[in-house]
Write a protein of this length. Structure first.
Length: 194
């Protein structure tokens, strides 16, 4: 069963203004404690509502270390950012592009997350694959190979490599079904996350 946990940055930090490297280093243990209190394999909705401003240097020192732990395999969590105001989103994009990492951003609609998109640099083959998985909801490399446009010349190995990379970035979830690896979105694509 996949768990989805919502964490609010304002409640974690106690501040509406999250700025600077020093402020980020001060709050990193608070975020780490909140994240590690969630179950393994959880999708963590990191809610920024109530935060008036978060700077690029803050994101880089408070949040990026946790994201790097997930991509290094040291922390089994998936993240979606929500309710990030435009100024803070610009700062997040700046640090994501500069430090070459990606995060998922979603819009809150009542009690669900929709319009999930990638923030940061993700080359077009991986963006296309992310979109294909989002549309299919669940698929293997073989499934995507069969579903592809006749003009596309991507083999099963190509799809498998793309999916593996997205999984390493923690943008999609993978599980073994029989002898096949099956991939799905980290939110809304499985029976338990809807």
């Amino acid at each position: 069963m996949t768990n989805t946990v919502r964490l609010n940055a304002l409640k974690i930090t106690g501040s509406k203004y999250l700025v600077g490297k020093i402020g980020g280093q001060r709050d990193l243990p608070k975020f780490m404690a909140a994240v590690t209190a969630t179950p393994d394999d959880s999708t963590v909705i990191l809610d920024w509502s109530g935060v008036a401003h978060a700077s690029a240097s803050y994101f880089g020192s408070a949040i990026l270390p946790i994201l790097r732990m997930t991509t290094n395999g040291d922390l089994d969590r998936y993240f979606i950012f929500t309710n990030v105001n435009q100024n803070s989103l610009d700062e997040l994009k700046l640090v994501a592009d500069h430090l070459n990492f990606v995060v998922l951003l979603g819009d809150v609609n009542r009690n669900s997350i929709e319009n999930i998109r990638v923030i940061g640099k993700l080359e077009s083959p991986y963006s296309e694959t992310f979109e294909a998985i989002s549309n299919a909801q669940t698929a293997s490399a073989a499934t995507l190979h069969k579903m592809q446009n006749k003009n596309m010349k991507i083999g099963k190995t190509g799809w498998a490599n793309r999916l593996a990379y997205l999984s390493e970035l923690r943008l999609v979830r993978k599980q073994k079904v029989g002898r096949e690896l099956v991939f799905q979105p980290i939110y809304g694509g499985d029976q338990n996350g809807r």
